[in-house]
Design a protein around this ligand. Structure first.
Ligand SMILES: Cc1cc2nc3c(=O)[nH]c(=O)nc-3n(C[C@H](O)[C@H](O)[C@H](O)COP(=O)(O)O)c2cc1C
Length: 412
């Protein structure tokens, strides 16, 4: 079936070679309250990743909704300078979307109100964080275990949002014996969330194994609000497959775009232009290494501009591995790339890459961040005996506590 698609045969995995492009009118823009998102594609909130420079880079390739990394409400409300920087945006970013991390309804309400005052167009609440320090204190993915507590948090958001759409992002549950996504879907729709995003893995799974798209389909048939499917969108055609298989209203793209921001161009291609009524078009081949080096330079310059050269270049180190993953000879260079201190150091190393090297198919579906381990999820002592309780867990309050907390969140 793919004789007419020689490029697709070379640059996609077997599962996607024969997937039809979006047909005219097959998919609708994602509706989050009054916000319309086309293509129905969301950049996943990712700590240490989806800061303004990376969101702008992704947006330059395609379109959709590009969510900030999780921002701790306490740090934001106390004016912690790093938290404020991570939550910040520039005038060219629209729609602007921020993910909040907190388990305190008062903080959540206050932060939503401030973000809305700043002109934010969408706010998401992180209810899926699997980091041990977080779940052990009853936060993150432990919250949906207590539906009444989750209800308080979503209500607090919706109440202060002044019509700006608020959404939640959850995991399937704690582990296979404690699935919480069905309750979470019910609570989200009852309490005024405009959509629910489901990362179709449990907290115990972390990032291991295949995401369970069946759970996304099940959630979609159970709730009336839009469902965003998340997990294993490595190639643009995965998004079409997920939406067709599950009926979900949009997709959230996580690790697939790390070092591959052009994935958003490919997504825009396969979905096509909603307003013209035309269907999708075949994406071109991925960039060769020379073009990727140019993207890396732009990314590094943007990080340096945003964080200052020292911190920006330090941040760029991990990206150099992600961008060059799988290219012949890149492993040998990686050690030096990980020691760059200036933009000039980066330039000197990029100059030795082979500009004609083709993107390796083997690098399409590999996780560039987070290992394959699993975990036993820590919950507070006696937590499961009080599932009907809606008391918020204690949140960090002093600046030192907040900084320790943010370090733990970023380590997960
Ligand atoms: C480096 C990294 C940081 C992440 N940080 C967050 C975060 O801040 N908030 C959140 O809700 N999920 C976070 N996640 C989870 C992603 O949003 C997404 O749910 C997960 O990666 C699954 O999607 P994928 O299979 O497409 O990668 C993070 C994931 C990664 C890889």
């Amino acid at each position: 079936m793919n004789e007419g698609r020689p490029e697709r045969a070379r640059f996609s995995s077997a599962a996607n070679r024969d997937v039809p492009l979006a047909g005219p009118g097959e998919f609708r823009p994602l509706a989050l309250g009054s916000l319309r998102v086309w293509p129905p594609v969301v950049l996943a909130p990712m700590a240490g990743v989806t800061n303004y420079p990376f969101r702008a880079l992704c947006r330059g390739f395609g379109a959709g909704l590009f969510v900030s990394e999780m921002i701790t409400a306490r740090g934001f409300l106390m004016g912690n300078s790093r938290t404020i920087l991570l939550a910040s945006s520039r005038a060219d970013e629209s729609p602007r979307s921020v993910q909040i991390y907190s388990s305190d309804p008062v903080d959540i309400g206050e932060m939503v109100a401030r973000l809305v005052d700043q002109g934010v167009h969408h706010v998401d609440l992180n209810l899926g964080c699997p980091v041990p320090k977080v779940t052990a204190s009853g936060g993150g993915s432990a919250i949906p275990v207590k539906p009444k507590l989750m209800a308080r948090l979503v209500r607090a958001m919706a109440k202060r949002a002044n019509g700006v759409p608020v959404t939640v992002k959850v995991r399937k549950g704690i582990d296979d014996s404690l699935l919480t996504f069905r309750d979470a879907g019910r609570v989200a729709s009852e309490e005024g969330a405009s959509a629910i995003g489901l990362h179709a893995r449990t907290a115990a799974q972390l990032y291991h194994g295949e995401a369970d798209w069946n759970a996304i389909g099940e959630l979609k048939s159970a709730v009336s609000i839009p469902v965003l499917g998340n997990g294993d969108i490595w190639e643009a055609f995965d998004a079409l497959r997920m939406m067709r298989a599950t009926g979900c209203d949009g997709v959230i793209v996580g690790r697939g775009c790390l070092g591959r921001p052009w994935l958003f161009r490919e997504l825009a291609d396969v979905f096509g232009d909603a307003s013209s009524g035309l269907g999708g078009r075949e994406p071109g081949p991925p960039p060769r290494l020379g073009e990727i080096a140019g993207i890396m330079r732009r990314h590094a310059a943007a990080l340096a501009e945003f964080f200052g050269e020292k911190v920006g270049v330090q941040q760029m180190r991990k990206w150099t591995s992600w961008y060059t993953k799988g290219f012949p000879g890149s492993a040998a260079l990686r050690d030096r790339l990980h020691r760059i201190e200036t933009l000039a150091d980066l330039d000197a190393l990029l100059a030795v890459l082979d500009p004609d090297a083709e993107f390796p198919e083997s690098a399409l579906r590999v996780s560039r961040a987070k290992g394959g381990r699993t975990q036993r999820v820590s919950l507070p002592h006696g937590y499961l005996a009080q599932r009907d309780d809606d008391t918020p867990p204690r949140s960090p309050h002093s600046l030192a506590e907040i900084e320790a907390w943010e370090r733990a969140l970023n380590s997960g």
